[in-house]
Design a protein around this ligand. Structure first.
Ligand SMILES: [Fe+2]
Length: 198
């Protein structure tokens, strides 16, 4: 299976003022496209041709760094576009809200931990809400890694590479993360991933 770049699930200017058209044009049309193109080139002739994206991500981790970086980022970005929506944030579907309260303490505590994980990721990477062994937790990973390669399921992730926020927030990563959790998260998509994983 080769990688393809899907269209954004909303208009380029739909996430303003929290994420601008210019950011989405660069991030989706250039950065994500580069992961798709590089990934396809690096996939050719490897044992991973014909495998699913998840299998490629898990299988190439620690074995084929070039392929892993691009396949991992392709996986992460496919979800990232869906982890946001216009007028996002807000109420969390009941089952998931209950699980967050049980495992993390409260929704407020989750938000604090999630923002802190993103702020605390030195350099490029991602912060996550991860389901592992039946339990939710907040984690972070460098570069293109994600919870899949650590035995977990990513339910929500935020891109903290500078290309995700520098146009809109310059160096203010904490402000970007706060806007993401308060105004952008598509909790329906997170809940859908949660229900598939349990
Ligand atoms: Fe990105």
């Amino acid at each position: 299976m080769s990688f393809t770049l899907p269209d954004l699930p909303y208009a380029y200017d739909a996430l303003g003022p929290y994420m601008s058209r210019e950011t989405l044009e660069y991030h989706h049309d250039k950065h994500h496209l580069a992961y798709v193109n590089n990934g396809n080139n690096l996939l050719k002739g490897t044992e991973f041709e014909g495998k699913s994206l998840e299998e490629i991500v898990k299988g190439s981790y620690g074995k084929n760094a070039g392929l892993f970086n691009n396949a991992g980022q392709h996986y992460n970005h496919l979800h990232f576009w869906n982890w946001m929506k216009p007028n996002g944030g807000g109420a969390i579907p009941g089952e998931l809200e209950k699980k967050i309260a049980e495992d993390i303490g409260s929704v407020e505590k989750f938000k604090e931990e999630f923002v802190a994980a993103g702020v605390g990721q030195f350099g490029s990477g991602w912060a996550w809400l991860t389901l592992k062994d039946g339990k939710l937790s907040v984690t972070k990973t460098p570069n293109g890694e994600n919870p899949l390669v650590h035995g977990g399921t990513p339910l929500l992730g935020v891109d903290v590479w500078e290309h995700s926020y520098y146009i809109d927030y310059r160096n203010r990563r904490p402000d970007y993360l706060k806007a993401f959790v308060d105004h952008l998260v598509n909790w329906d998509y997170v809940a859908e991933l949660y229900s598939k994983a349990v």
